[in-house]
Write a protein that binds this ligand. Sequence first.
Ligand SMILES: Cc1cc2nc3c(=O)[nH]c(=O)nc-3n(C[C@H](O)[C@H](O)[C@H](O)COP(=O)(O)OP(=O)(O)OC[C@H]3O[C@@H](n4cnc5c(N)ncnc54)[C@H](O)[C@@H]3O)c2cc1C
Length: 386
Amino acid sequence: MEHSNTMDMESYDLIILVYLRQLIYGTMVLFDRTLVYDASRCSVKSSLHLLLGRRQLVIRMDREIHRIVGDWLKWLYRDVTERLQANDFSTLPEVHACTAGLKSLTTSVTADGIEECRKLCGGHGYLCSSGLPELFAVYVPACTYEGDNVVLLLQVARILMKTVAQLGSAKQPVGTMAYMGRAEHLMQCRCSVQNAEDWSNPSVVMEAFEARSLRMSVACAKSLSKFSNTEEGFLDLSADLAGAAVAHCQLIVVSKFIEKLQQEIPGNGVKQQLRALCGIYALSNLRKHLGDFLSTGCITPKQASHANDLLRSLFSQIRPNAIALVDAFGYTDHFLGSALGRYDGNVYPKLYEEAWKDPLNETVVLDGYQEYIRPMLKQQLRTSRL
Ligand SMILES: Cc1cc2nc3c(=O)[nH]c(=O)nc-3n(C[C@H](O)[C@H](O)[C@H](O)COP(=O)(O)OP(=O)(O)OC[C@H]3O[C@@H](n4cnc5c(N)ncnc54)[C@H](O)[C@@H]3O)c2cc1C
């Protein structure tokens, strides 16, 4: 950039700062988008282990969802880059909230998902030949690098608090925060669900997630306003603020999934399956964070029970296709590197074969047994009082 003679040093520094911010934000958006895609790849690895290894009947659909969100982030990155080139910084805070929040959410969900799959495979999941211990060890640092996940959530929360503070002013929230502009309605709306089937209506699901997110943010903003020192308030309320950020990020994911389903999706019956997965994603999150939905008055206990009923029936609907759905991602056995996640399902012969590769199994009797262990056992037998 040219440094004009008429420009004083302060303005110059300011412009340099703005350009640095542009560079940093742009790079962060790119990295975070890549991490969301990575989360999608690792989720499918763990799904395959889970489904093919033990024929478990719960499907982890995180992979498909993370891919949809990753595609959308790709668009967001292009959009913000074009805007920055035109010196338009208006969407930066919102873009930063999306990328930071989605990096945090998707990497945490994926790391937890891999560990959940390991546990679901029982002792087999603990074996190196299952591939799950290595997958976890390689993946879990993603929760720390490119920004610790809690710290990123707190950054999202700061943007949410700023947006809440601006409600009612001329500055309207944009993009994924636009729902906050309907604060008056969302603060007092009542969920209309009367039976389980009502939860299959996407607008009912969206409204419940929007109301929960907004009410949590508004509650944080109210608590924050009681502090004379805002920074102290942020520290004191960090757990609530992180919760509000998670609620906002989950809303983004649910809304992007629902938006995708409104588009043309090729393949006979594909949309129907994705619709069921979308319902499972939304309602399982609703069940997991039921405390948020109930304490903010977004739904009643009876409506929560209806959501659970529909979730159960969606599980039954998806169960016969669970393995085929995971196979549809087309990852090879080589990519998975797991005795449990094999396409042919020959898990036990493969586990047996892998066990032979362990150096401990090179000899029938363990090295050192005759020299050390046997004499010790013999002596113990002689001295034992039992
Ligand atoms: C495998 C790996 C590769 C890496 N590669 C690189 C690299 O190539 N280049 C590079 O520059 N860096 C790299 N890093 C460093 C990485 O970016 C940092 O570790 C990361 O940003 C977290 O910072 P920190 O380690 O200082 O942890 P801290 O920020 O100190 O966090 C430690 C703990 O304190 C909590 N915490 C921190 N602040 C708050 C707060 N305000 N409120 C509540 N809780 C808080 C966090 O949640 C966390 O639990 C890498 C790290 C790892 C693990």
